[in-house]
Design a protein around this ligand. Structure first.
Ligand code: 4AD
Length: 456
């Protein structure tokens, strides 16, 4: 269907005087005796284009909100330096009707309500802006790694080993459909072709194998977590960016994370000024200034042990008590980034008991070379580490956790054959979007959120 994007029409004067065709959905419609004013949006822009329909003597009925139209008319200069389209009724074709119970009427809707209609919410400015930012951030992440000589690899989603060892893996079962099945249980067999398998919680272990072949790699795909966390920042299926680098120590990992984040945020500010202004106006006052400030300074750094002291001396009444050895909860993470550092902060060197088996053990015997990046408003958005490269130490850490070494024989081979210092991190893509848009709930930054109780 030959037509021009609304974004193109409204962002230049070059079409003025020309007859053009646009398509889109009716956002609002007003009628007067001889003219109808119809605001049309085709999703390419946060701004609508106004179509002025000269009704003349005809019995033209104004279109309803939600209808899909094709409009052919002449572009003219509108009020306040805008452009609009003058059309006659014959220039308007209804592509798709929308009855009066179309859920997105002109009034503002709450995010909670919009969550109940995930298939339609993309037609609002809020979700249009979120999906566009998501797309630009994804492209910027690829751009960063591609221009820094990383190889993009795709790690398996069906896996036999739980990378994080936290028991948060969904199990893969076979579902068959046959008329022979009588009971619901008949639909399931408990295995993946006779073997136990699950959905990957992280591509890291396979990523390490690729990095110790190609030097620098990254993955960007879905990870799955069966944690029963019904919170504004947990999804059962989230998108995970995982770079892995050979010949790298913890400090290198931290530098890569900071440099990559600054690049993608700078790109967002350059490429999405309208979307950032929209979030600034509707969701977080001062968003643009905050992001600009963030990329113009070094991120904070603190060790876990220092962070525990800061929390203990804070005088705050935390719900979860703070002691050396405790896992940092969201309230602690937010206190550190919002009240103490007032910016993004890397926390390093966590107690080995609360971190995964693969992290490099520090000489103190108590901590590991781990890093989390905490940011105001969200908490943790990155988790990473230098990996344990020593075969014997790795085996010891796995034995301490009663892990089945047979499942990890390929992984252990990396420490047998030309082992090198290496490390990487995982960035929760949705948490990055929350942080860069000011959206407070992770359900509002992914098309169809999979969370506890939601599989729509
Ligand atoms: O800290 P995590 O569990 O680390 C790993 O998976 C490592 N294997 C990564 C690596 O070193 N390659 O997860 C990394 C990040 C978290 O910081 C968080 O941003 C995100 O993944 N994440 C989630 N995002 C949304 N919903 C969940 N349930 C998430 N769990 C982790």
């Amino acid at each position: 269907m030959k037509h021009i994007d609304v974004k193109e029409i409204i962002s230049s004067k070059e079409f003025i005087g020309q007859e053009i065709t646009i398509c889109g959905w009716v956002r609002t419609s007003r009628n007067s005796k001889s003219v109808a004013f119809v605001e049309v949006n085709d999703g390419t822009s946060l701004k609508n284009v106004q179509v002025v329909v000269e009704k003349g003597e005809s019995d033209y009925k104004e279109p309803r909100v939600g209808m899909a139209l094709k409009v052919t008319g002449t572009v003219v200069e509108g009020r306040n330096n805008t452009v609009e389209i003058n059309a006659v009724p014959e220039g308007i074709t209804v592509l798709g009707d929308a009855p009066t119970d179309y859920p997105l009427q002109k009034k503002g809707h709450t995010l909670e309500f919009l969550r109940t209609i995930p298939h339609l919410r993309g037609r609002t400015n809020t979700f249009n802006a979120v999906w566009r930012v998501r797309s630009v951030l994804a492209a910027a992440i690829h751009e960063y790694f591609q221009t820094h000589n990383y190889v993009y690899v795709n790690t398996p989603l069906i896996t036999g080993s739980d990378c994080e060892g936290a028991g948060e893996m969904f199990q893969v079962t076979t579902i068959g459909y046959s008329n022979d099945y009588k009971n619901e249980e008949d639909y399931y067999t408990n295995d993946f072709f006779g073997r136990k398998a699950g959905l990957s919680v992280s591509g890291q272990l396979e990523g390490e194998m690729a990095a110790t072949a190609m030097g620098k790699i990254y993955t960007f795909g879905p990870s799955f977590r069966a944690e029963n966390s019904n919170t504004p920042k947990h999804l059962a299926e989230f998108w995970h960016v995982e770079p892995e680098v050979a010949f790298a120590e913890l400090n290198d990992v931290i530098e890569i994370a900071e440099d990559m984040l600054k690049h993608v945020i700078r790109t967002l500010l350059d490429k999405c000024p309208d979307e950032v202004a929209f979030f600034d106006a509707h969701f977080e006052k001062g968003l643009r200034a905050r992001l600009e400030e963030l990329i113009s300074h070094d991120f904070g750094r603190v060790t876990y042990t220092e962070a525990i002291e800061l929390l203990k001396n804070s005088g705050e009444n935390f719900v979860y008590p703070v002691e050396w050895g405790c896992d940092l909860q969201t309230e602690h993470e937010r206190y550190l980034s919002e009240k103490v550092f007032k910016k993004a902060v890397f926390v390093t060197d966590y107690p080995k008991e609360i971190k995964s088996f693969y992290m490099k053990q520090n000489p103190d015997g108590k901590t590991v070379a781990a890093v989390d990046l905490l940011v105001p408003g969200v908490g943790e958005i990155i988790g990473g580490s230098e990996r344990e490269a020593d075969y014997d130490k790795l085996i010891a850490a796995m034995n301490e956790r009663n892990m089945n070494l047979d499942l990890y024989s390929d992984y252990l081979d990396l420490r047998k054959f030309g082992t090198v210092p290496h490390g990487g991190f995982g960035l929760g893509f949705e948490r990055l979007i929350m942080y860069t848009t000011g959206m407070a709930n992770i359900r509002d930054v992914i098309l169809f959120p999979r969370t506890v109780g939601s599989i729509r």
